[in-house]
Ligand binder design. Structure first.
Ligand code: GDP
Length: 142
């Protein structure tokens, strides 16, 4: 990593792209001190969604989650800051927006526990794996 900090993988989910709020999320990220050092818009297909969320394969909501994540475009990003994983988890807010703190992205934007606007890696180890799932190193410019 550079002196600028560490990396996390962010996904702006289909509920945000559908409402044309991508720029509002990005403005929040930059105001919170993150550098968006890689970014692309794409549409996940079913195998990609199932692979990305493989850890949740046995969960009751797995099918609905994959359907939701393939329902429209997403914007995948690499965010850089000191303690990027933890800092992004903090500004994302709780998985269920009903439990999210005031001022968090999910409190202000999420439609439901499923359509909850953003994804962020939950550990440095998973961040490395998730970043590699979407990006090659030449696409990441710090
Ligand atoms: P996260 O790390 O806060 O994103 O939460 P998890 O890793 O536990 O879950 C992954 C994603 O699955 C969440 O962001 C939601 O989109 C979805 N999800 C989690 N719990 C539920 C649930 O109980 N029902 C449904 N429909 N979706 C859920």
């Amino acid at each position: 990593m550079t002196m600028a900090g560490t990396r996390t993988l962010s996904i702006i989910k289909p509920d945000i792209t559908r409402r044309n709020l991508t720029g509002e999320i990005n403005a929040r990220l930059e105001k919170a001190g993150f550098r968006i050092i890689a970014q692309k818009r794409l549409r996940l297909d079913r195998p990609m969604a199932e692979s990305f969320y493989n850890v949740h394969r046995e969960r009751a909501f797995f099918n609905d989650l994959c359907a939701s994540m393939t329902s429209g475009p997403v914007v995948v990003q690499v965010l850089e800051s000191p303690d990027a994983v933890l800092r992004y988890r903090n500004i994302m807010g709780a998985t269920n927006p009903a439990n999210a703190d005031e001022g968090t992205i999910r409190k202000d934007f999420a439609e439901s526990i499923e359509a909850n606007s953003v994804h962020g890696s939950d550990s440095d180890e998973n961040a490395v794996r998730e970043i590699a799932f979407f990006f090659s190193e030449i696409e990441i410019v710090g």
